[in-house]
Design a protein around this ligand. Structure first.
Ligand code: ZN
Length: 439
């Protein structure tokens, strides 16, 4: 694909390696919906794009919710009678139940077992479990190790604090030519999990960096928020801005080997739904389209009925459809630089449509204008590309009757948007098309 406004900025391989490098740096940090792990993560992302960091105090209302106490953890372990660590947070931050209350006491094996989570079907993986709203303490471990725990007493310690503090999120706004906005959101609340949260953060951060250099027509707002409570908090404090949102995407799970999957907005026929579907269809790769349903990531909040924003979700394999989901196997081996890169390149294609979609009027609509004498039969690369381009010229001329946008023409012709856009640009140059209004 050829990107007229982004074209020269991106180098696919370098971007893939840069995104993977960012994931490697963020991977060890213990994140949660609040706390220093989130702050550290946002501060690293700020090296790429200057994020505005927002802190909202514990106890403040956010729609039907309340900002929780802030959770911070320094250590957690379980000691057997010999004093050996049978579970150690320092080996993996998934070992502790996320948001576990502090604890420091002796327990029997029976009591310990009530607070340990495992996955019997995947005996070597540590599950990721949270308890944000029910006060509980707990640990997660490999089932194979759990089965080897001997009868007797254990000492459990979670060295954590759960105190009034704040919820932290990051926001980055790129001012375009118009106030009309594109909203991009990703979640930042998972600890050492790569595809689930870190891939979305990495793709969003580098996408934002590229868009900053591209002087876009639309304004772009990037949100790096803890899942659910973060988007709810942002929505509750920014209702005055929602009217400007023309398109939106939640980004998550973009680094695995699966095909791209687009989940439609609640509206189902919003422009973003048509745009992403068209970009997927004309890409020649397998893909999936999922109708909206009220579960998943933060599209649930953006598409709640009181907002009903035109926000869809892009991922590769959806949550719950790969066994590594929410386990220690969603690690640095599970995400691939080339897949991150392909996700980013695809999104640039989506933004190319958002930025480039217009309506034109054919100024010579009676009979076909003679293209040869205007030098429009150019030779570009292979046969099929030339043929597509020629067809694109004819489609654009034929459908530019004032009703159809370039996206409509791409959909009807089955030709990729970049080819349609290139043809339209050429027709404008020779005076055969006039721009009507902005899409
Ligand atoms: Zn998750």
């Amino acid at each position: 694909m050829d990107y007229s406004f982004l074209g020269n900025i991106i180098n696919r391989e370098v971007s893939g390696n840069k995104m993977y490098g960012l994931i490697e740096r963020l991977y060890p940090i213990c994140r949660s919906i609040t706390g220093n792990g989130v702050r550290e993560t946002l501060s690293i992302v700020s090296e790429i794009i200057p994020l505005e960091i927002i802190e909202v105090k514990s106890g403040e209302k956010a729609l039907d919710w309340e900002i929780p106490l802030e959770w911070n953890i320094t250590d957690a372990y379980v000691l057997d009678e010999k004093g050996d660590k049978v579970i150690d947070f320092k080996e993996s931050n998934l070992h502790v139940l996320n948001y576990s209350v502090p604890i420091d006491k002796d327990v029997s094996l029976e009591e310990l077992k009530e607070h340990v989570f495992t996955i019997p079907e995947r005996p070597d993986w540590i599950p990721y479990r949270t308890s944000y709203h029910n006060k509980n303490w707990g640990f997660c471990m490999a089932h194979s190790k759990f089965e080897k725990l001997k009868k007797g007493n254990y000492h459990v310690k979670v060295d954590a604090t759960l105190e009034p503090g704040s919820l932290t999120y990051g926001e980055y706004y790129i001012k375009g030519e118009t106030e009309q906005e594109v909203l991009i959101s990703c979640h930042i609340c998972h600890p050492s999990l790569c595809n689930d949260n870190l891939s979305g953060i990495a793709v969003a951060a580098f996408l934002a960096e590229i868009l900053t250099k591209s002087k876009p027509r639309f304004s772009y707002r990037f949100l790096f928020v803890p899942g659910t409570i973060g988007s709810i908090t942002w929505l509750s404090r920014n209702e005055d801005k929602l009217g400007n949102i023309r398109h939106g995407l939640v980004l998550t799970l973009l680094g695995d080997e699966g095909k791209l999957n687009y989940k439609k907005s609640r509206r189902g026929n919003a422009a973003i739904d048509k745009i992403v579907e068209n970009a997927l269809k004309t890409k020649n790769d397998d893909y999936g389209i999922i109708d909206f349903y009220p579960y998943g990531y933060d599209e649930r909040q953006f598409c709640s009925p009181g907002y009903n924003l035109p926000v869809g979700r892009l991922s590769r394999t959806p949550h719950g459809e790969f066994p590594e989901y929410h386990t220690s196997a969603d690690n640095l081996d599970f995400v691939k630089a080339d897949k991150l890169s392909a996700s980013l390149v695809f999104l640039l294609g989506v933004f190319e449509i958002i930025e480039g979609n217009r309506r034109y009027l054919n100024l010579n609509p009676k009979g076909e204008p003679q293209l040869g004498k205007r030098g429009l039969f150019k030779k570009i690369g292979g046969e099929s590309k030339t043929k597509d381009y020629h067809m694109a010229l004819l489609w654009v001329l034929n459908l530019s009757d004032g009703d159809c946008s370039l996206l409509d023409i791409s959909v009807r012709s089955g030709l990729g948007f970049p080819t349609i856009k290139e043809a339209a640009d050429a027709l404008i140059k020779v005076g055969l098309l006039k721009e009507l209004n902005e899409e």
